[in-house]
Design a protein around this ligand. Structure first.
Ligand SMILES: Cc1cc2nc3c(=O)[nH]c(=O)nc-3n(C[C@H](O)[C@H](O)[C@H](O)COP(=O)(O)O)c2cc1C
Length: 374
């Protein structure tokens, strides 16, 4: 930049021990290109394309066990040594560019069409209620098996081991996936949790499983390496809560118990139509105010909206999903206020190692094209 002051999104920020050079975050995005649950060399190119010196990247949802991967054949895993070894060069590629790289650790629970489950067993959940078929995608889910109370410590331990494995693979920390209707939300939200043991009923009981996971992961790798993602307002996969503000507030209070927790990452409610325009509802303010540490907001943001919420201190960092997927050099484009590539939804979840994955052009590519044409 010249003598102009940097835009809010380009201002540096200290997140725990990390000196971030800007506020533009790559959020977790499943890309289904980790064949047989093993991360592939093409992921090193994909993530390093999006890495910047002092930029924060969060990996796609990475599952903690074979059971946790149920129904999504090519999700990356982090429960075997082979997977840990496969992650290492990918993490190295991001570090070589000076990026900070966090691994999102996840368990899908009942969000499963029945494929890829070891021995054809049903998926596990807080409940035995099946997810309603998705009319748009045609996806049909299978009936899950309700976890017994005595099985829950085993799942908590899978998250603990996954976090250790992520650190062994070189990641700078982990993000616990407590969003979007996956297993942790199946416990937290009252539309999905119909248990009558100490993991069901009251808000405190419904959140117990997640709090136990945070506790175990923090004890294993340290609060300074643990972030948590939550989406109290979102209604994916039949996971809805009758009081999302109470749920989000309770969870933030629980996170505040960990001194120096790396961050809280929250998903906005669905876009609302106001005066004929799609608008971000900005529903996260109570949680931003209640949380003691770094707060990341995500969901529908663009350059202007991101600048605005950083300037207003609504969030410390802003994550950009689809825009970052389609613009590997998104922070630079924001800095220059350059035009953006459009994302191609049809290739979000395909398996090609290049198309719709590592072939989105950089700004410089456009310049080269123009030079070639001239
Ligand atoms: C292709 C794709 C895959 C996604 N996978 C994940 C995921 O693995 N874990 C997760 O927590 N969110 C996932 N999300 C949600 C994004 O992290 C983000 O919250 C969402 O895209 C909204 O941000 P945006 O409006 O900037 O795109 C995914 C989104 C997309 C588009």
């Amino acid at each position: 930049m010249t003598d102009q002051e940097a835009i809010p999104l380009m201002k540096p920020y200290k997140m725990g021990q990390f000196e971030l050079s800007h506020r533009v975050v790559l959020p977790p995005m499943t890309r289904l290109r980790s064949y047989g649950n093993v991360p592939q060399p093409h992921a090193a190119l994909y993530y390093s394309q999006r890495a910047t010196k002092g930029g924060l990247l969060i990996s796609e949802g990475t599952v903690v066990s074979a059971v946790g991967a149920h129904g999504y054949p090519n999700l990356p895993g982090i429960w075997t040594q082979e997977q840990v070894e496969a992650w290492k060069p990918i993490v190295d590629a991001v570090h070589r560019k000076g990026g900070v790289f966090i691994c999102q650790i996840a368990h899908v629970g009942r969000v499963s069409n029945g494929d890829s489950m070891p021995d054809g067993e049903p998926p596990v959940s807080s409940t035995d209620k099946v997810v309603t078929p998705d009319a748009e995608t045609g996806m049909v889910y299978v009936k899950p098996r309700r976890l017994r109370t005595d099985e829950i410590p085993g799942i908590v331990d899978e998250f603990r081991r996954a976090a250790r494995n992520a650190i062994d693979a070189g990641f700078d920390g982990v993000e616990i996936h407590g969003a979007h209707g996956f297993l942790l939300e199946q416990f937290m939200k009252d539309s999905a949790n119909d248990r009558d043991d100490e993991y069901g009923g009251s808000l405190e009981n419904r959140c117990r499983f997640v709090v136990e996971i945070v506790d175990a992961v923090v004890r294993e790798v340290g609060a300074h390496r643990v972030g948590v993602r939550l989406s109290p307002f979102v209604d994916y996969m039949d996971c809805v809560d009758s009081d999302p503000v109470a749920l989000g507030t309770y969870m933030v209070e629980q996170l505040n118990r960990y001194e120096g927790l790396l961050y809280c990452h929250m998903v906005e409610p669905r876009m609302a139509i106001v005066d004929g325009r799609r608008q971000i509802p900005h529903g996260l303010l109570p949680f931003r105010k209640a949380f003691n540490g770094t707060f990341i907001a995500v969901g529908g943001y663009d350059r202007d909206e991101g600048n605005k919420i950083v300037a207003e201190d609504y969030a410390d960092l802003v994550a950009y999903g689809r825009l970052f997927l389609a613009n590997p050099d998104l922070p630079r484009r924001f800095e220059l206020d350059a035009p953006l590539n459009k994302y191609d939804r049809s290739t979000f979840y395909t398996q090609d190692p290049v198309v719709g994955y590592t072939d989105y052009p950089f700004l410089d590519d456009d310049a080269n094209d123009l030079n070639n044409e001239a």
